[in-house]
Design a protein around this ligand. Sequence first.
Ligand SMILES: [Mg+2]
Ligand SMILES: [Zn+2]
Length: 194
Amino acid sequence: MRPCLFIDKDGTLIENVPYNVDPAQLRFMPGAGQALAALSSAGLALVIVTNQSGLARGYFTRAQFAQLQEALLQRLRDEAGVRIDDVLLCPHEPDAQGRPACLCRKPAPGMLITAARRHGLDLTRSWMVGDTLDDVEAGRRAGARGLLFDSGGETVWRRSPLREPEAVFDNWAAVAAHVLDEVATGATPAGRST
Ligand SMILES: [Mg+2]
Ligand SMILES: [Zn+2]
């Protein structure tokens, strides 16, 4: 079973342009491609998990999102030599309180668990990196570790034990260095045996 880096898309892998599906507005975070290339070389699977409530809200179609996704994956291949193993999306809206009304919308762990089953991923040796505490919580709920990429996406800072990131970063080089170090030392989440 492989370890994996689960990656949030908006505000983490790329700059957050709310509900954008125009490939021309795709801007990668600095160093993201190189970081993912290094992590892939170290044997990690790379899986994007993204909440896309714009689908349920009717802001864009599946076909439009697929076009954006293809452009994103192609640019990662062409510009950084990175192959993403899978992309999972939640197309649902949250409830009136902003909580998931499905099993897949982060902070629910559904997308990570589905990907783990599909690709034989070892969640206890995996990480979720994202720009909100919902990403951290989704990772933790799946049994993985949660890393916060603080690019300004989190504004509420609702705290709970499951929303405590293992570490906080503001750049991709630091994310890669942290994960590569833990891969090299075989570190596992505190309090959890292998
Ligand atoms: Mg995000
Ligand atoms: Zn969902």
